[in-house]
Design a protein around this ligand. Structure first.
Ligand SMILES: Nc1ncnc2c1ncn2[C@@H]1O[C@H](COP(=O)(O)OP(=O)(O)OP(=O)(O)O)[C@@H](O)[C@H]1O
Ligand SMILES: [Mg+2]
Length: 361
């Protein structure tokens, strides 16, 4: 794996930080794939009402997507994991990946779930004959043999999963270096990339362990529902175990609140609880519950191309921007203190040796 700053060109970003009314507005000037259909969720520019302001933010976000972001010095390998089912792992993987690519990065999505939902959402064929991540893990095929470009988004690629992967958990058991097969495959991948996002299945088996060994950062989507934190302790303990024995670089870098419904008190209570537990790992941007987000996969698209002006697209663009800026030297980074206090560090640190699992069931 190699990161080559000359390939995708500079991702010069306008000044990060809160947007002001002065910078909002103007014509939509996004990259190819933007514009097109305007839905009811797409907000047209209006006056100084909440809807008008939201519309202006959407327009500005699309402009920002075209302008791009600074690139990470090395490929960031991010594992999107939560063994709870249906919390938004796949949705987050594909939409963050598309957002990062629209911001100008080169991004690979590795579909590590036998359900193949990420492949579907990116419009990648994944019937059982297609060369897939199964061949990489079990047959030791090079990753480059299975990676396909995503049609609608320049700079976005996908290593698809087929149903064969369902047997991989068992087949891997008897193979040499069964936990580090994905890591080896990524290491030997020659193409320059800014980000690799790995979509994990809803379990903590060998497939997820392979992802945790291959990555440096864990991204945990948390659905803003009752029981949101239940079971999370198990994931965090696995992260600790993998860090202790197999991959010292591994740390939880990002927590993203998904399916947030601002009208319910429950959602804000869950959000508050998550922020209290995790502090600065939680992105400021949360992803709203959005019909457009849930419709997009059935068209083989991310919400970024399906309805670029929708609140869902806007929030993923913003979350991606936050994530990209946090990963830079000097960006936001925190060290976990088991007593509950978070001490900001001056520089971004790849290593967070402290356990986060205490206090969580
Ligand atoms: N912000 C959102 N608004 C509305 N629907 C959403 C949102 N995020 C995800 N969904 C929907 O919720 C369902 C579960 O999402 P998703 O498939 O991303 O979860 P997952 O954690 O990957 O699930 P699994 O554990 O089965 O892999 C899907 O139908 C998806 O379209
Ligand atoms: Mg999924």
């Amino acid at each position: 794996m190699r990161s080559d700053a000359n390939i995708a060109g500079p991702m010069a970003d306008p000044v990060p930080g809160p947007r002001s009314a002065e910078t909002a507005g103007g014509p939509v000037s996004g990259p190819p794939g933007f514009g097109g259909d305007v839905s009811r969720e797409t907000l047209p520019p209006m006056d100084d009402t909440p809807i008008g302001r939201a519309a202006q933010l959407a327009v500005e976000a699309l402009g920002r997507a075209g302008a791009g972001l600074p690139r990470p010095p090395q490929t960031r390998v991010m594992v999107v994991a939560n063994q709870k089912g249906g919390v938004g792992k796949t949705t987050t993987t594909v939409n963050l990946a598309a957002s990062l690519a629209l911001h100008g990065g080169r991004v690979l999505v590795i579909d590590l779930d036998p359900q193949g939902n990420a492949s579907t959402a990116l419009g990648i064929d994944h019937h059982s004959e297609v060369p897939s991540i199964y061949d990489v893990l079990v047959e030791s095929k090079p990753l480059s043999d299975v990676v396909q470009p995503v049609a609608d988004v320049e700079g976005l690629f996908c290593a698809p999963a087929t149903i064969d992967l369902a047997g991989a958990e068992i087949e891997l058991v008897s193979l040499v270096a069964r936990e580090s097969r994905l890591q080896k495959a990524i290491e030997s991948y020659e193409q320059p990339l800014d980000y690799i996002l790995i979509d994990c299945p809803p379990s903590l088996g060998l497939l997820t362990v392979n992802a945790l060994v291959a990555g440096a950062e864990v991204v945990i989507p948390i659905q803003c529902e009752y029981y949101a934190l239940e079971g999370l302790g198990q994931l965090l303990k696995n992260v600790d175990l993998v860090r202790a024995h197999l991959n010292p670089r591994l740390h939880v870098s990002t927590i993203l609140l998904t399916m947030y419904d601002g009208r319910t008190r429950l959602a804000s209570q869950v959000a508050e609880e998550v922020r209290t537990h995790f502090g600065k790992e939680v992105l400021r941007t949360s992803i709203p519950r959005s019909v457009r987000i849930s419709e997009a996969p059935s068209y083989g698209q991310t919400v970024l191309t399906y309805d670029p002006g929708s609140s869902g697209a806007l929030s993923y663009l913003e979350a991606a921007r936050e994530m990209a800026l946090r990963g830079l030297p000097g960006g936001v980074s925190v060290e976990y203190d088991p007593n509950g206090a978070y001490a900001p560090q001056g520089e971004h640190s790849e290593h967070n040796p402290h356990s986060m699992s205490e206090g969580i069931q």
